[in-house]
Design a protein around this ligand. Structure first.
Ligand code: G3P
Ligand code: CA
Length: 403
């Protein structure tokens, strides 16, 4: 006779009516078990009448510390708040100002699209080109840098980071490329180097994770080869991460890419969690293969709640299928503006968050971490950065000592 209790949004507890052995499972699969008999036998347990509470505490402890990978200092009791390109809804993306604001606004993690410079320095920029996000066109000294390359099968003419040194890029200033967003910071902030980005995360008085993405790795590696460099984009990134101490499976750092070969190249070289980004749904066969080297999937939110002509047409089974393969789900990209929201949400981003929390996603990429943080605070009843699991652990230890 087993009782099924919901522990939180993702985990359930299968437990006998008396304290015995509990089985921990996610929505779809068993993830572990814990034998509580040594702690709860009548002979040893002085907490008659409180057994179930202690049993529950141990179970939560087991879920948090045994079943799932727990990242140093990141919350475990709710989906992660991943600030997409920093607080990019309010500041020009990928600037120290955008990253700092994201942290101030409650982000757990700041995201960074990574590119490479001519002198093999890592720089934060969404594209390998910079015309739309900087004032480079005002810098006539760089007129001769306009080049045409084939990037991911498309011929692109622009200014490319790979043709600038980091010092040269630092003379440019970022602009807000979304014309519907605040333009008043245009021309104020330089591009952030990868070191600048990490320094912001590490400079916080609480743990803030990082989430670098290898951008257009076939293009970047092709240029490195054509210039007779013997290293790779991925190796340069992994070396930088090691330099900053991101070397453990529980380091608060997720590595992401739309390119499986980039992830497969890094997988044997790092214990860090890898996230496969996808703009479409994936079959179970592909998920099963990805699960051999990835920690999770970063799908477009449209593969989860399908929107056509601004109306929701379907809630898919994609999240359940991803979870069934033991993978986490961090969908992108949540934005507050009504033109990014299905009519069904009534122009209310909280309604969209609510729907995806119910579906069971494990994190959100958002341009507006302030809203997501406020939503989490309202719905979890406290600061989004309190980590109840720590207190549960403490209580479990105290309980153990008393028993
Ligand atoms: O990395 C998650 C999300 O950022 C993927 O889309 O194009 O904004 O990098 P993109
Ligand atoms: Ca990205």
């Amino acid at each position: 006779m087993f009782k099924l209790s919901k522990l939180h949004s993702k985990h359930y507890l299968l437990a006998p009516n008396v304290c015995d052995v509990c089985i921990l499972q996610t929505n779809s699969q068993k993830v572990g078990h814990i034998d509580l008999r040594p702690f709860f036998s009548d002979r040893l347990c002085p907490f008659e009448g409180h057994k179930h509470s202690l049993f529950y505490l141990f179970s939560v402890f087991a879920v948090v510390y045994s079943a799932d990978r727990v990242f140093d200092g990141l919350p475990t009791d709710r989906p992660l708040i991943i600030a997409h390109r920093g607080s990019s809804g309010m500041r020009p993306e990928h600037t120290v100002a955008a990253y700092e604001l994201a942290i101030e606004q409650g982000a757990d993690i700041i995201e960074c699209d990574v590119s490479l410079t001519k002198d093999l320095q890592l720089v934060c920029t969404h594209d390998v080109t910079i015309n739309s996000t900087t004032n480079v066109h005002e810098h006539r000294e760089f007129d001769d840098r306009i080049q045409t390359y084939v990037v991911e099968g498309r011929s692109v003419t622009d200014y490319f980071t790979i043709d600038f040194t980091l010092d040269e890029l630092k003379t440019l200033r970022k602009v807000q490329q979304n014309s519907r967003r605040d333009q008043s910071y245009n021309g104020e902030f330089p591009l952030a180097s990868f070191d600048d980005y990490v320094a912001v995360a590490k400079g916080s008085d609480r743990t803030v994770g990082i989430y670098p993405e290898t951008k257009s790795p076939p293009f970047v590696n092709g240029i490195l080869q054509s210039r007779n460099h013997t290293t790779t984009f991925e190796d340069i990134l992994l070396e930088a991460l090691a330099k900053h101490g991101y070397t453990s499976p529980t380091s608060p750092c997720f590595l992401q890419s739309f390119h499986p070969p980039s992830l497969q190249y890094m997988a044997p070289k790092t214990p860090l969690p890898l996230i496969y980004l996808t703009g479409t749904s994936l079959t179970d066969n592909i998920l099963s293969e990805v699960a051999t080297y990835c920690y999770g999937i970063g799908p477009t939110k449209n593969a989860i709640v399908r929107v056509v002509n601004d109306n929701i047409v379907e809630e898919t089974d994609f999240v359940a299928r991803i979870h069934a393969h033991g993978l986490k789900v961090h969908p992108y990209t949540f934005r507050n503006e009504y033109n990014y929201l299905a009519w069904d949400y009534g122009a209310d981003p909280y309604k969209e968050y609510e729907r995806f929390v119910k579906i069971g996603v494990d994190g959100f990429f958002t341009d507006f971490p302030w809203s997501l943080s406020n939503y989490m605070e309202l719905t979890t009843g406290g600061s989004p950065h309190v980590r109840p699991s720590f207190y549960v652990l403490l209580l479990a230890i105290v309980s153990c000592a008393l028993v």
